[in-house]
Design a protein around this ligand. Structure first.
Ligand code: HEC
Length: 111
């Protein structure tokens, strides 16, 4: 009797994990074009537009034109986190997922 309960538990947990993974895969397949959980555009509007402008081209305070930036995603995440020149560091202002989302958003500006 006890064994049966344990067996049932194991089966249920395997099933639960399996379906979790499946939904993860599903979302990662579609997420190449879908928005990340955090809305990068909203983070950009609230924190970055001031210097970089709506389209990334404003260049206020010597900020770089984001549409021609050649930094890759990781370099952007690093610069947004640590700041550079007149651009402040955002690591204590935004969460990591917000920084990632906004970095991904700035990648879209260049297309
Ligand atoms: C106070 C004005 C200011 C704000 C606000 C600001 N930036 Fe910047 N940003 C700059 C300046 C200035 C540079 C150029 C730094 C340098 O290279 O000396 C820059 C550079 C960058 C670069 C690198 C571009 C390149 O090719 O070198 C990225 C990416 C970037 N900013 C993203 C952001 C994001 C995302 C935000 C909002 C979270 C943001 N910035 C907010 C001023 C700002």
């Amino acid at each position: 009797m006890n064994n049966w309960v344990v067996y049932l538990f194991v089966v249920v947990s395997i099933y639960a994990c399996g379906s979790k993974d499946a939904s993860k895969n599903e979302s990662s397949v579609s997420s190449s074009e879908a928005k990340p959980k955090v809305d990068g555009a909203a983070v950009y509007k609230a924190n970055c537009e001031l210097c970089h402008g709506v389209d990334g081209k404003l260049g206020l305070n010597g900020s770089k034109d984001l549409t021609v930036s050649e930094l890759d995603l990781n370099e952007r995440i690093a610069q947004i986190s640590k700041g550079k020149g007149l651009m402040i560091a955002y690591e204590n202002i935004l969460s990591l997922s917000e920084i990632k989302a906004v970095a991904e958003y700035t990648m879209l500006l260049s297309k």
